[in-house]
Design a protein around this ligand. Structure first.
Ligand SMILES: [Cu+2]
Length: 151
């Protein structure tokens, strides 16, 4: 009489174990988010994190989707200053910076942000033009370089 009950319980346990890792492995954002977004649609914002550690950018290749509202989080995990200097990538692009970095803007737009040791800067923007864009840290003696790939 107990056997069917045990069998069902066993099946349910197996199903539970099989399902749990899949549920937690799901990305926070659906891959099929619409490319055109309302400015206030925070839920569909894509977060990309770049760490500065041991005078390196990690990862060294950063993937960003074109036409996707993006929050780029720059985390300086060293005790010294680092800078994020993206060349002309953000020319003509509307960009918002928060955090404890010191951003610099020129006539064409965002030029760089200097981030204190253990500090963070968050950049919000939408990039339009696919391509490969190198960025560096221009602090004296720091040979830090990496690439943003807009795809
Ligand atoms: Cu640096």
């Amino acid at each position: 009489m107990l056997r069917p009950t045990l069998l069902i319980t066993g099946l349910l346990l197996c199903a539970g174990l099989a399902w749990a890792p899949q549920a937690s492995a799901e990305p926070p954002l659906p891959a099929d988010s619409p490319p055109v977004l309302s400015p206030n649609d925070v839920a569909s914002e894509e977060e990309v994190i770049v760490r500065m550690q041991g005078r390196k950018f990690i990862p060294s290749t950063v993937r960003i989707h074109a036409n996707q509202k993006t929050k780029l989080v720059l985390q300086n995990q060293d005790v010294e200053l680092h800078a994020f200097v993206p060349g002309t990538l953000f020319d003509g692009i509307s960009l918002n910076v928060v955090g404890n970095g010191a951003p610099e803007f020129g006539e064409l737009g965002f030029r760089k942000v200097i981030i204190p040791g253990e500090g963070v800067a968050e950049l919000r923007f939408i990039l339009r033009q696919p391509g490969r864009y190198p960025f560096i840290c221009d602090m004296p003696g720091h040979e830090m370089r990496a690439t943003i790939v807009v795809e």
